[in-house]
Design a protein around this ligand. Structure first.
Ligand code: NAP
Length: 248
């Protein structure tokens, strides 16, 4: 265990599994107090248990990032429990892939709602606390697909491109209050989200990755660790690609 994030409070959405969990685990190992939020109560309880058995101080809060009341409540509960929020990781995300001609409005709305509106609602609620503190770091988990587009993911790519634009806009709005906002754009990372892809698609992606391997959730977490620490106190509005070099 290190202490790079000692005395910091981190709120991580969609943190019960995948990349969000890896970030929670690493930030906790570096001394942060953790709030994991997620929609899945069973997974949330399990994640809370894992944090406790690792000796970390952390709680789980059931909250849907698309619901403004639940988001406000999540931020309130975090402040009630730990007194502040230093770090918000907007990680909750979903896919509903399909070609444009076959994409339903429901699939478009669901993805935009979780991936983009969710980040807006959580940033709006948490930044009120951060502005009062005159300190905060917001980390948005975007995707390389939001930079270069991807056939079959119109909704997802638009949400992640929007998230990158939101990152830069909030960096400009909140910079004078010492609230820094950055994005991470992962490439292909092995999680439940990417396990859904066919073997053929996975092979085709691998052949284009210069580092010749898929990323792990821990690869994203290790990059995320750069952002809440003092090492990045002059970095805002940036998009850090964690993609093995697939987009350059
Ligand atoms: P994951 O394994 O599917 O985990 C996503 C988590 O978000 C799940 O725990 C999920 O809960 C939660 N979630 C979904 N909807 C939510 C909502 N409305 N409110 C709160 N939580 C919600 O996905 P992942 O691969 O770790 O992805 C995490 C982030 O990284 C996403 O934003 C994703 O777009 C991004 N990303 C992933 C990759 C990759 O290759 N894996 C690449 C680029 C970017 P449930 O358990 O209930 O579903």
């Amino acid at each position: 265990m290190g202490n790079r994030l000692k005395d910091k409070v981190a709120l991580i959405t969609g943190g019960a599994r995948g990349i969000g969990w890896s970030i929670a685990e690493l930030f906790a190992a570096e001394g942060a107090r953790i709030v994991i939020s997620d929609v899945n109560e069973v997974l949330l309880k399990e994640a809370e248990g894992r944090l406790k058995s690792a000796g970390a101080e952390g709680i789980g809060i059931k909250s849907d990032v698309t619901n403004p009341d639940q988001v406000e409540e999540m931020v309130k509960k975090t402040v009630d429990k730990f007194g502040k929020i230093n770090i918000l990781v907007n990680n909750a995300g979903i896919t509903r892939d399909g070609l444009l001609m076959r994409m339903s409005e429901a699939d478009w709305d669901a993805v935009l709602s979780v991936n983009l509106k969710g980040a807006f609602l959580c940033s709006r609620a948490a930044s009120k606390v951060m502005i009062k503190q005159r300190y905060g770091k917001i980390i948005n988990i975007a995707s390389i697909v939001g930079i270069r587009g991807n056939a079959g993911q119109a909704n997802y790519a638009a949400s992640k491109g929007g998230l990158i634009a939101l990152t830069k806009t909030l960096a400009k709005e909140l910079g004078s209050r010492n609230v820094l906002v950055n994005a991470i754009a992962p490439g292909f990372i092995r999680t439940d989200m990417t396990d859904k892809l066919s073997e053929d698609s996975q092979k085709a992606i691998l052949s284009r990755i210069p580092l010749n391997r898929f990323g792990e959730a821990a690869d994203v977490a290790k990059t995320a660790l750069f952002l809440p620490g003092a090492e990045s106190d002059y970095v805002t509005g940036a998009v850090l690609q964690v993609d093995g070099g697939i987009v350059m």
